[in-house]
Structures are given as structure tokens and as C-alpha cells.
Design a protein around this ligand. Structure first.
Ligand SMILES: C[S@@+](CC[C@H](N)C(=O)[O-])C[C@H]1O[C@@H](n2cnc3c(N)ncnc32)[C@H](O)[C@@H]1O
Length: 318
């Protein structure tokens, strides 16, 4: 199937080879095959996606995959995390300046001993948190470039590539030990810039994406995981969090978009991994196609708990 799609792919000059520019908790790189198999048949055959909407874009693993395989005519990427959106927008508008900031950071960092790297990491982390106090998030300006560079630097050098905030909204992930972290992947950043051409990137709650969804729009929904148990709280991507009330709000949104005739695919962790009797998603999405697929639990900081688990994929089409 993969080969057929490649055959109807674009001219070489259009080829885009982008992959996520951040490691992102819940990133879907390892689930791409399963998601790919479940794309609408009509789309797989035509090789073209007229309109794509991703309301919880995160690192955008599926979006970049689709850009590599299909002609995506229009795309709208959204996320409530404003720091992440700064990253996307800076890559869209000032990728060369961003590369230059990152290569300076890379050059300094790579020469340091582990102890000094650690000091340097915490210095940048402090600066990043301080910068937030009077940062203008409302309109694009050149300070955004430095902020995006810090975000990428921290992401590549922090523990497990996590993004986590404390109650005061400060980034609080500790230092991570990597031998040779690639802080500035210039080639990929340029590819990401190409992939984001003519794409609208928006910082908003998922319900705002309604505006962009119409009949036949392909919508991929990958909300924060419902915690597998009360102690796993890795879903803190933003100050607000995402609780069961939001999951219900999302299921209502899913039904509404289904009525519009959009193609909807949603993924989440399967609560049955922990409690076989937990039918939370089965009842929320009753009447839709619900499948369970194997995935790796790789965002658990406890290595003992990183085995295979099931992930749910829900669609409103066969
Ligand atoms: C599981 S991650 C998405 C991962 C993505 N599929 C990838 O491949 O990296 C969930 C994302 O939802 C975002 N999010 C949380 N609450 C949201 C909301 N109410 N509306 C929109 N996005 C939200 C988080 O910031 C996070 O980036």
C-alpha cells in the first residue's frame, strides 16, 4: 500500500522530508503505521488531502508523516500550549535566525563537561522562566525567536524530552544526560519550514477548530492521555490540564463534527490497561469504530513501567 501511495506522490521538487522538531510526550511516531492503515480509503487512493485539521498538534508526528506521503492542500494545526505554537510560528517566519540561535547554543553546549552542561542547562531554564514574566505572547516579534530557541534547547537537553510546568507555570523538567544531543538540526528545521508553508498554526482550545472543519475534512484528534492511574500525571502540558470533563467535552465535539461529515480519527490511552472494567471511552464513543492497538508506554519515567500497552483508535468511518 505504501508503494502505491508513493507512486502517485508529488514531483521531486515538492518532496518534503520533515519530522517533528521536538520530542513531545504522547508523540505518535511509534503509532504511525496503525494510524496510516486507518486513514480513509478514498484518501489513500487519491494521494491528496484537501483539508487537514489537527486540534492537538503537539510535536505533529502524523501531520509531518502526511506531508511526506500526500499532497496536503490546506492544513490547520492547533494546540493550547502557547510556547509550542511560538516554536511553529518562528519556524514558519524566521527559520534562518532560529537556526543561527540554536547553532550558537549547540556550539557552546557541546564543548562543556557534564557538570558544566548541567549548570548551563539550569541557567537557560531560569532565563526561559524569567523571560515569561513580561513576554508579549499576543503579537509576533523578534523575542519569539530567542524563546523558540530556548524551547528547542531545553527540549533536547532536558530529562526525557518532557514538557512539564509547575503550578506557577514555570518549566521545571530537570537536566537530562545525553552524550551528543542534536540541539540544532538545521536540515530538519528547513524541512519543517517547507512543510509549514501555507499552513495555519493557531493557539487555541480544540473547540475553536470547528471553524475550519467541513464535510470531508480529515481531522486527527490526539488529546492528552487520560492518566493510566492516579499517580501518572504526565499530561500536564499546560497550566489548565485535561480532565474527564474535557474528555466528555471532546466526545460531544466529535459527535458534532461527525454530523458535519468530516473524517475523524482519535487516539488515546486505553484505560483498560489498568482496569479491564473501565469502559470510559467505550461508552463515550458508542456507535463509532473503536479499536485497540499495541503501543509502547515510553513516557513513564519509571523504566519498569515502560512495557507494551494498548492504545485506543476511534474513527467515525470504516
Ligand atoms: C498527546 S499530545 C499530542 C501529541 C501529538 N499527536 C504528537 O505526535 O506529538 C496532546 C496535546 O494536546 C494539547 N492540549 C491540551 N489541552 C488542550 C486543549 N484544551 N485544546 C487544544 N490542545 C490541547 C497539549 O498541549 C498537547 O500538545
Amino acid at each position: 500500500m505504501l508503494r502505491t501511495v508513493k507512486a502517485i506522490c508529488r514531483f521531486p521538487s515538492d518532496v518534503i522530508n520533515a519530522k517533528p522538531f521536538l520530542k513531545w510526550a504522547g508523540g505518535k511516531t511509534q503509532l504511525l503505521d496503525e494510524l496510516y492503515k486507518r486513514l480513509p480509503q478514498s484518501l489513500l487512493q487519491s494521494g491528496e488531502i484537501k483539508r487537514y485539521v489537527e486540534p492537538f498538534v503537539g510535536g505533529g508526528a502524523l501531520f509531518f508523516f502526511l506531508k511526506r506521503k500526500f499532497k496536503v492542500k490546506e492544513a490547520f494545526l492547533m494546540d493550547v500550549n502557547k510556547e509550542l505554537i511560538i516554536g511553529y510560528k518562528v519556524i514558519q517566519r524566521n527559520v534562518n535566525e532560529l537556526i543561527s540561535e540554536l547553532s550558537k547554543l549547540q556550539e557552546i553546549y557541546i564543548k562543556l563537561s557534564e557538570e558544566i552542561r548541567k549548570d548551563f542547562y539550569y541557567r537557560i531554564r531560569d532565563e526561559y522562566n524569567k523571560q515569561k514574566e513580561d513576554f508579549d505572547y499576543s503579537s509576533y516579534n523578534f523575542d519569539w525567536i530567542k524563546r523558540a530557541a530556548y524551547l528547542i534547547f531545553l527540549n533536547k537537553t532536558c530529562f526525557n524530552g518532557l514538557y512539564r510546568l509547575n503550578k506557577r507555570g514555570e518549566f521545571n523538567v530537570p537536566f537530562g544526560k545525553y552524550k551528543n544531543p542534536v540541539i540544532c538540526d538545521a536540515v530538519n528545521l528547513i524541512e519543517v519550514n517547507k512543510a509549514l508553508m501555507d499552513v495555519e498554526v493557531i493557539c487555541a482550545d480544540f473547540e475553536e477548530s470547528k471553524k475550519y472543519i467541513e464535510q470531508n475534512t480529515l481531522v486527527y484528534l490526539d488529546p492528552p492521555y487520560r492518566p493510566l492511574n492516579s499517580t501518572s500525571n504526565f499530561t500536564t502540558y499546560n497550566e489548565e490540564g485535561f480532565d474527564d470533563y474535557d474528555q466528555i467535552r471532546l466526545a460531544n465535539f466529535f459527535r458534532e463534527m461527525d454530523n458535519l461529515g468530516a473524517f475523524l480519527m482519535l487516539s488515546n490511552s486505553d484505560p483498560k490497561n489498568e482496569d479491564p472494567d473501565d469502559d470510559f471511552f467505550d461508552s463515550l464513543y458508542e456507535g463509532f469504530v473503536i479499536e485497540r492497538v499495541k503501543a509502547k508506554r515510553c513516557i513513564n519515567s519509571n523504566a519498569d513501567k515502560r512495557g507494551d500497552i494498548k492504545e485506543i483508535i476511534i474513527r467515525n468511518y470504516e
